[in-house]
Design a protein. Sequence first.
Length: 132
Amino acid sequence: LHFWVIPLIIGVIAGIISFFLVKADLLDYTKSNLVLMPIVVCFMFFVITWTTAMNMNYALDFSEPAEHTAVIVDKDSDTSGKSINFSFILELDGKTIELDISHSDYENYEIGNEVIIKLYRGAFNDEFYIKD
């Protein structure tokens, strides 16, 4: 079972319920909202459930991490709005991963350097990496 399936199911169920509530005139919406309102409700429930599940995956994970050494292939800084997000593009066991990092790590490490990262299993088996 994939991590995103449960939020999707909850969102679809909420959308179906809201469809029937609108159709039965139990909600104060016009008939033109018969399709729009369930789609919006489905999306809202999916986003809320997904965000909660992602945070719980991290917060409820008490597993022992596995340490790995990865090579920095590229560095990226993304300016969105008023904040700047920094990340490393890492090569680890033949696959490429992107890892969010702090500004100081972005300044202190160069492309080609090795970095130690920890792989956590995740409470819902959705693995995530953290750089110490």
